[in-house]
Ligand binder design. Structure first.
Ligand SMILES: NC(=O)C1=CN([C@@H]2O[C@H](COP(=O)(O)OP(=O)(O)OC[C@H]3O[C@@H](n4cnc5c(N)ncnc54)[C@H](O)[C@@H]3O)[C@@H](O)[C@H]2O)C=CC1
Ligand SMILES: O=C(O)C(=O)Cc1ccc(O)cc1
Length: 367
């Protein structure tokens, strides 16, 4: 049987994670396209893709499924370019963009009739970016929203949903507007709040440097996502403008209401405010395994010589650096394979990194 070919357009955090999940099926061939050759080189060395190209036509010609996994603004550009390229007659094009309404509208306009577009959004990610942060477990147990429309053939939606089981995410369907409203409230707007709070405190810190020093767990927890990619969130806000503006109004009102309680000193209602929030927060469904990629991993390029892996483990063992997992990523035929070593602690990982660099290995960390 002919292999299924998947094209990943934008081999970064999400594209790379999907590619790694797809590679769980040996009958799938994954071709990566990126505008940056260095991203493709890393992806090849890490065993994320089987082949990489900076020529879009080459990447998509044989593809049965195309994942658009570049930043949102670039998804629009790629959709327009794809419409002029040579594609398989039954190809499914899908995307992973954090917003859906505008992307789906644009796809309907520009995608030729023999191509099926199905919007998609995996509801998992990280404030990290790039293929070195990709993991085959990133999407595990997360929701993966698909936004087909009434005309999308059901068997093709099922085909894509079946394929996505390789990510171990939970595939659900929603219309694009509902998606943008809900995700606006639970993901996009919280990113605005986190960054606004950080900027506010940064301003106070200019006056009094104790602010940054005393910033404790609570501040760090609520502002973790302020470390996300600014360009990505710029695009998201611009795409989901109307929902964000509406949520911001509701937020202002909610804040005014609490501040009124503070002003009038209404202790019971202030406590009730915290209690209702705590009840809802504590009742959120838990995301079990896979929510976070393993923390203490190093990736090492392995020149294709016999005994190389043994040499590495011996070097580490001789210095009492414990390894809890070792994985060989499929060897690139030409130059390198990649070895993933998982350490038990950050300190051991750092010692291992220093040692292997000293012996002139190419070592990558999740960034
Ligand atoms: N980061 C996150 O937590 C999540 C992101 N998303 C969506 O996934 C998409 C990608 O985000 P990340 O993987 O985080 O970004 P990333 O920065 O890790 O990866 C994006 C990749 O796209 C490449 N690229 C840029 N312009 C391109 C173009 N015109 N054609 C092909 N490749 C191009 C970049 O070189 C990079 O390798 C975005 O649309 C984002 O909204 C969805 C869910 C979660
Ligand atoms: O890290 C977090 O908390 C996130 O919010 C992850 C995330 C980022 C962007 C998305 O479109 C979906 C999920």
């Amino acid at each position: 049987m002919k292999k299924t070919t998947i094209a990943i357009i934008g081999v970064g955090l999400i594209g790379g994670s999907i590619a790694l999940s797809m590679r769980r099926d040996p009958e799938i061939r994954v071709v990566g396209y990126d505008v940056r050759q260095d991203c493709l080189d890393k992806a090849l060395n890490l065993g994320v893709i089987h082949a990489g190209t900076t020529d879009l036509q080459t990447a998509v010609r044989e593809a049965n499924i195309i994942f658009l996994a570049a930043p949102v603004e670039q998804i629009f550009v790629t959709l327009r370019t794809l419409s002029g390229l040579d594609l398989q007659p039954d190809v499914i094009v899908t995307d992973v963009g954090s917003t859906k309404s505008e992307i789906v509208r644009q796809a309907i306009k520009v995608i030729p009739p023999h191509v099926t577009f199905i919007g998609g959004h995996p509801m998992a990610g990280s404030h990290k970016s790039g293929v070195t942060a990709a993991s085959d477990r990133l999407l595990e147990n997360a929701y993966y929203v698909l936004t087909p429309n009434a005309d999308t053939p059901e068997h093709l939606v099922n085909r894509l949903a079946d394929l996505l089981t390789l990510t171990r995410a939970k595939v659900v369907q929603m219309d694009p507007e509902t998606h943008d409203q809900v995700v606006g409230a639970v993901s996009h707007f919280p990113h605005v709040l986190a960054s606004a709070l950080v900027n506010l405190v940064a301003g106070y810190d200019d006056e009094n440097a104790w602010h940054a020093r005393l910033a404790a767990g609570g501040f760090r927890d609520i502002t973790r996502i302020a470390s996300s990619n600014p360009r990505m969130w710029r695009d998201v806000l611009l795409q989901n403008r109307d929902h964000i503006l509406k949520i911001a109004k509701d937020w202002s009102k909610a804040l005014d209401d609490v501040m009124e309680l503070v002003e009038t000193g209404d202790a019971d209602r202030i406590e009730h405010f915290f209690q209702t929030a705590r009840d809802f927060r504590d009742g959120l469904p838990e995301r079990k395994a896979g929510a976070l990629p393993p923390l203490y991993d190093l990736y090492i390029d392995i020149p294709d010589h016999p005994g190389e892996i043994g040499r590495i483990t011996t070097l580490l063992g001789a210095r009492q650096i414990n390894i809890i997992n070792l994985q060989i990523r499929e060897t690139r035929e030409d130059i390198y394979g990649a070895l993933r070593i998982t350490f038990q602690t950050q300190a051991e990982m750092e010692k291992g990194e220093e040692l292997l660099r000293y012996f002139e290995y190419n070592v990558y960390k999740r960034v």
